[in-house]
Design a protein around this ligand. Sequence first.
Ligand SMILES: *Cc1c(COP(=O)(O)O)cnc(C)c1O
Length: 392
Amino acid sequence: MAMIPYGRQDISEADIEAVVKVLRSDFLTQGPVVPAFEKALAGYCGARYAAAATSATSALHLACLALDVGVGDVVWTTPITFVATANCAVYCGASVDFVDIDPQSYNLSVERLAEKLDRAEKSGKLPKVVIPVHLCGQPCDMAGIHALGQKYGFKIIEDASHALGGRYKGEPIGNCRYSDITVFSFHPVKIITSGEGGAAMTNDLALFGKIARLRSHGITRDASEMISAADGPWYYEQIELGYNYRLTDLQAALGLSQMQRLDEFVTKRQSLAARYGELLKDFPAITPWQHADSYSAMHLYVVRLRLDEIKASHREVFERLRVNGIGVNLHYIPVYHHPYYARQGFNATDFPEAERYYSEAISLPLFPALTQDQQLEVVRLLGTPIGHQTIF
Ligand SMILES: *Cc1c(COP(=O)(O)O)cnc(C)c1O
C-alpha cells in the first residue's frame, strides 16, 4: 500500500500543457511567462509588485537584503516554523531570536512580542525585522504586529509560505497592508506549486527594485541606477552583490496555470478540514482553531493530542500511523532545537508554549486530492485499538 503523504501537489492536464508550451517556445528561462505569473500573483493578492524567485527561501533572503538586514542586526521570528524563516537573516550576517507562540493560533504571540520588545528597548537591542509566519495558513494578528512595528520601528516580512489564498480581515494575504514584504512558497506540498519557486510581494517600488536586482546578481540595465555612463549598447553594471535567484519560465508556466485553481484548492482544503473536525469531534485531541476575522488557506491540518487522555505516547501515535501507511508529520521542531541554533545558547524554558505544542502536535494528511476514504482511514487508525493497546 502506498503511503498517504501529509501533502502533495495536484497537477492537471492543463498544467502539463502549459509547461510543454514553454518547452516549444523561444524562452525556457527569462521569457514572458515569469512576468505573467508575477502579474497574476500581484493581481490576486492586491499588491503593487510581485517578484518571483527560485524558492521562498531565496525570496526571504532577498526580502532581508532589501530591508538592509546585516551584521549586528537582530531578526525575530516564531520558533514553530521551517528553518528557512530564521536562516534568511543569518545569511545576511544578522542574529536571530524567537518569540513564543500563541497557544490557540500557534502563531507568534503578539502579547509575548510586546513584552519582549519592552525588554529589548530597555537593553537597546530592538529587532530590525520581525518575521511572522502564517502557520498552517492561519493568518497572524497582523494589525497587532504592525502597531508594534510602528511603535518600536521594526520592519515586517510575512512568511506566507502556507497562506496563499487565505484572507485576513476580508483581504487577501499578500497585499502587504500590514507588512513591508510578504513571501510565498510554491514547493509541491504548498497551496500551489511551480516545482521549486517562491515570490516576494510588496507595495514599495524601491524595495521591489532592490529585490529584482539582487535576484539577478545585483546587475542593473537601468541607466538611472548606473554609476558610470554607458560604454555602449551592450552595457550593464553590477552595482551590488546579488545572486542568481531567478525563477524560470518553465516553472512560472506551472505556477501560472495552478493559479487558475487556487481558490478551488483552498475550498477543497477547507471542506476536508471541516470533515476532519466532524470525524474527530469525540477524540481527545484539539482540532485547529479559526479566527472569526480570517480565512485560513489550510495548508496543514494540525491536531494536538490530549496525552493525558490517551494510552499512548506522542511518538507511539506517530509510529503506528506511519507503519500503517499514513504519512503524518510534525510541523515543526522548534527552530532552536536544531544543533545549528542550539549552539547559540537558546533556553527552551523561554518558549513554554512552543515546547508544549511540540510535545502534542501531529499534522494529518491534507491535500486537494485526499479522498473521503483515505480521510476515514486516517481517523480510524488514529483512534482504533492496535494490538492490545487502545490509544483512545
Ligand atoms: C516551505 C517553507 C519555506 C521554504 O519554502 P521553499 O520554497 O521550499 O524555500 C519557508 N517558510 C515556511 C514557513 C515554509 O513552510
